[in-house]
Design a protein around this ligand. Structure first.
Ligand code: NAD
Length: 469
């Protein structure tokens, strides 16, 4: 395949040669810029200091660069200035130490971009209420960058998005004042692959895919990332790099949907899907384990695939796998609530109306405090819609935060998990398998446990009152 933008096979030697061969003399000396990255003399700005941006800042500081962190959220900036972080698994020490020695500052002032060589953008890419890509954060940030753009700037988008965003949406905004990508400034896309809370894979342990708008952009971005990741993976264009990220997340969404479907089928057959997966994953090739659950959560898997389905419409091509996976995964909270109601009815002769349900876990996955898109909200909505009264326990989320779709749950406090309290509920529904929960004690005290994560079995907490769903 012929790359759509400059991409030179053997890396990095041929790319360096390509930079020297550029025919029209560029006003920007890309070789001098390259040296700044190689010598770690470059200043890096990171815009969007959230779950992705903050660990990224830590990684870049760790490589010896000076970093400016920008966010529109004054509270985040103030917290960093005061030596605190707001993400549980990201410690404050590297930031406060770097502030003290002048290598880091956090600010809401975008004129700080003038001091930077590279600008990395990690702002949200959610869906609109009509479940279409919402690029408003990327566009607003790009306009803010455009207002400060100077010769030699390297602008890299890290937010997850559909192919065509970097070159089709950002580039025209950045070029509107006459500067040209590849000549005056450099533009690239490099998707973030952060797995928040996963101690095995910090930002610095994950290879980085990079697509540049031209050879120089690719070379500069590669020099920057090479300083703090174990491997860079240059691809032929930003479009390709955007597609790589979506492919990774579509792959997960489809495979999770598959095991969710198998769970329902095997449940009817009296077969434990988790036992099946544990045995299947002993095959040393051709199989990769994915696990069923109460539905999808987080900022990525429930959202990203729809960036691709939306873009596919432009090409009048179907994305049936993605749509079907979305439908299957979306149905899971309904399946869990149906199963819970059946068990309650079967065991006590009672319906959901008036039943007291304790939902264990509000975070969308274990050991994080991130509740975005968590299926626990949907479970609560469905249960209360059928007349149940729900409480929540989450060791990492003391108070239910406000969400657009479930604002009425905001402010509810996480209840204590002592034996007397647990025994007072008709059903305990495990939605998140946090390690901090004592599952043996929970099973010992509860009347009925509906376990959507196989958490009890994994903890050796067995009992006739535990039902996997
Ligand atoms: N969270 C993950 O696990 C993960 C993993 C890989 C990729 N991503 C992608 O990374 C991107 C960021 O996700 P996140 O989880 O870090 O989001 P986040 O909400 O945790 O952080 C985004 C930050 O951007 C700030 N922001 C919003 N608009 C801004 C603007 N105009 N200027 C400056 N700052 C602005 C917000 O205040 C917030 O602090 C998304 O595209 C997401 O899909 C997320």
């Amino acid at each position: 395949m012929i790359p759509s933008v400059g991409c030179y096979g053997s890396w990095p030697l041929r790319l360096t040669l390509a930079m020297q061969k550029t025919s029209a003399p560029a006003p920007v000396d890309a070789s001098a810029l390259l040296a700044r990255y190689q010598q770690r003399a470059a200043v890096v700005a990171v815009i969007g200091l959230g779950y992705v941006g903050l660990p990224l800042v830590k990684a870049i500081l760790g490589a010896g660069f000076k970093v400016v962190g920008l966010d529109v959220d004054r509270e985040k900036v103030a917290a960093l200035e005061q030596g605190r972080t707001y993400i549980r698994h990201v410690p404050a020490e590297p930031f406060s130490a770097a502030i003290a020695n002048g290598r880091f500052r956090a600010t809401t002032d975008f004129t700080a971009l003038k001091d930077a060589d590279a600008i990395l953008i990690c702002v949200p890419t959610p869906l609109t209420s009509h479940r279409e890509p919402d690029l408003s954060y990327v566009e607003a940030t790009t306009r803010a960058v455009a207002a400060q753009l100077k010769a030699g700037h390297l602008v890299i988008l890290e937010s997850t998005t559909y192919p065509g965003t970097t070159c089709g949406v950002m580039k025209p905004i950045l070029e509107a004042r006459g500067m040209r990508s590849g000549r005056d400034f450099f533009l690239a896309y490099s998707p973030e692959r952060e797995d928040p809370g996963n101690p095995a894979f910090a930002t610095t342990a994950i290879p980085k895919v990079i697509g540049g708008d031209g050879a120089e952009a690719l070379a500069l971005a590669n020099a920057l990332y090479s300083a703090f990741v174990p491997q860079t993976v240059p691809v032929s264009s930003p479009d390709t790099a955007e597609a790589v990220k979506l492919t990774e997340n579509v792959f997960r969404a489809v495979n999770i949907a598959l095991v969710n479907e198998l769970k329902i089928l095997y449940e009817a057959m009296g077969i434990d899907v988790w036992e099946v997966i544990d045995a299947a994953k002993t095959k040393p090739f051709g199989y990769m384990p994915f696990y069923p659950g109460p539905g999808l959560g987080g900022h990525c898997i429930p959202i990203d695939p729809f960036y691709l389905t939306w873009k596919a419409r432009e090409y009048e091509l179907p994305t049936r796998f993605i749509e079907l996976a979305g439908e299957t995964n979306t149905q899971m909270p309904r399946h869990v609530v149906g199963r819970l109601a059946d068990e309650l009815n079967h065991r006590t002769g009672r319906g959901l109306k008036g039943a007291r349900v304790l939902i264990v876990g509000l975070a969308y996955k274990k050991n994080v405090d991130d509740t975005r898109e968590s299926p626990s909200f949907k479970l609560m909505e469905l249960l209360e819609g059928r007349g149940a009264a729900c409480d929540v326990h989450d060791p990492l989320v003391p108070v239910v935060p406000r969400t657009r779709e479930h604002a009425s749950f905001a402010g509810r406090k996480s209840v204590a998990l002592d034996a007397a309290a647990v025994a007072s509920y008709d059903v305990v529904l495990i939605a998140t398998d946090h390690d901090a929960i004592d599952y043996k004690a929970l099973v010992g005290a509860a009347k009925l446990v509906i376990d959507t994560r196989n958490a009890c079995a994994r903890a050796g907490a067995v009992g006739g009152n535990v039902v996997k769903a």
